[in-house]
Design a protein around this ligand. Structure first.
Ligand SMILES: [Zn+2]
Length: 163
């Protein structure tokens, strides 16, 4: 799991990612489920060290990301149209199970039959974001368009705070 995938996982959990206060802080964040700031540091040996719940978070993200990828199995071979729409449908089912029915940004209900959910890349493909489920959330079409290729941190600011 890359740091970017971990950040995407954090965001999908409603975390707030804060700017690092030193070059040693790889990621600094708050999760609604735990008090205080969690930090993952880079030590002098280029290893990661963890504070608070961050080791547990890293572990859960790692397992979840790998499990889901294992189960969803999106082949890297080109798919025909039917295979592609099946893979997409399955991915939407997994994302819905993980995150619920609402647009990641505006919280609109994506499954009330009026709109089609789209799959949004938190780290845009243009910025080398992966198709890994850890980098994906469900969004409505207008929000997906608006988010476009914005950097992750700006996308975060598009989120409706009220959740
Ligand atoms: Zn939306």
């Amino acid at each position: 799991m890359t740091l970017e995938q971990f950040k995407a996982w954090l965001l999908s959990r409603g975390a707030t990612i804060e700017p690092s206060t030193s070059e040693w802080e790889l990621v600094r964040y708050r999760l609604p489920s735990a008090p205080g700031v969690q930090i993952i540091y880079r030590n002098k040996k280029e290893r990661q060290t963890y504070t608070g719940t961050s080791f547990r978070d890293w572990e859960s993200a790692y397992h979840q990301v790998n499990n889901l990828v294992e189960r969803v199995k999106i082949p890297s071979q080109p798919l025909n149209i039917r295979e592609r729409s099946n893979a997409r449908r399955e991915l939407i089912v997994q994302l819905r199970k993980r995150d619920g029915d609402n647009c990641f940004y505006c919280t609109t209900d994506l499954f009330n039959g009026e709109i089609d959910p789209t799959i949004e890349h938190l780290i845009p493909k243009a910025h080398k974001g992966s198709n890994h489920i850890g980098n994906l959330v469900l969004a409505c079409e207008p929000c997906n368009q608006r988010a476009g290729d914005l950097p992750l941190i700006q996308k975060l600011q598009l989120r409706k705070i009220s959740q």
